[in-house]
Design a protein around this ligand. Structure first.
Ligand code: SF4
Length: 271
């Protein structure tokens, strides 16, 4: 997308500022696509082959030219401000980054979230046959015209639960890792009160992903009651992770996400 078009789009009052910062990026299921700048931008890019086509020579050439301009601008700005770019201790910075990464990966929340993602893979690998069996059973019901529209409803419900679990399976880990990153600095509003922390926003997105995954596992348990034991193991693990996350980020649930929570608040006030 051309910068001019993007600026024009960004000024459109129908977009909710920052709504995409604390969403789950599941645009197909998002109730705010018409109010999201990122979504509008992506839609425009889809219709613009030059912007979308990663093999487009002009695109990469342009990017190369921007890189050169940016480099020049950076060197000049550094010179003006007396910053010696070569003086930066990259080895030390890298070491610190690696250390932080290791600490986060070893954090109990990150480890539990990663274990959950593995448990999900394992469960679907072991139990994949139940889905084809169920499909056969539902097809038979349809052919024999048993249960009216019930077989379609059951199939849709299983499909939805499966999609929800898969969508959030790894996202819980990713969002928790982001939440565990130290907040760089505390921003204050005009009254001197601190703005909500980005870590709480990320933790909230992870918590919502856990809530929805728990509900989806509950749906699968209803359709496959014979698999209750295995599903219960997953549910227990996920619920413990949910509780631990709430303890670790006590303000996460009350974090107000632009759009998703503000619109709810407006609706509640209007009632
Ligand atoms: S806010 Fe909704 S439409 Fe925008 S990026 Fe997030 S999920 Fe997609």
């Amino acid at each position: 997308m051309r910068a001019k078009n993007l600026l024009k789009l960004a000024k459109d009052p129908r977009f909710i500022p920052g709504i995409y910062n604390y969403c789950d990026r599941w645009c197909e299921r998002c109730p705010f696509t018409s109010r999201c700048l990122v979504y509008a931008q992506e839609q425009q890019d889809k219709n613009d082959p030059a912007a979308n086509d990663i093999t487009n020579e002009a695109f990469w050439k342009k990017l190369g030219a921007i890189f050169e301009q940016t480099k020049e601008m950076l060197y000049e700005a550094a010179k003006e401000r007396g910053i010696d770019l070569d003086a930066i201790d990259y080895a030390e910075a890298e070491k610190q980054e690696r250390q932080l990464d290791e600490e986060i990966e070893n954090h109990e929340l990150a480890r539990a979230a990663s274990a959950y993602a593995d448990m999900v893979d394992e469960w679907f690998e072991t139990e994949k046959h139940i889905f084809s069996e169920k499909q056969e059973e539902l097809n038979t019901m349809l052919q024999l015209e048993i249960g009216g529209r019930q077989p379609q409803k059951v199939a849709a419900s299983i499909g939805d639960a499966f999609e929800v679990i898969q969508w959030y399976q790894h996202q819980i880990y990713v969002k928790l890792k982001r939440a565990l990153l130290p907040d760089e600095f505390e921003l204050l509003d005009d009254d001197g009160k601190p703005f909500p922390k980005d870590s709480d926003g990320s933790a909230k997105v992870a918590l919502i992903a856990m809530d929805r995954s728990i509900a989806a596992w509950g749906t699968l348990r209803e359709h496959f009651p014979e698999k209750t034991d295995g599903i219960l193991d997953l549910l227990v693990h996920l619920d413990r992770l949910r509780r631990k996350t709430e303890q670790y980020f006590p303000d996460a649930r009350s974090f107000v996400r632009p759009g998703f929570d503000t619109i709810q608040q407006q609706k509640a006030k209007a009632k």
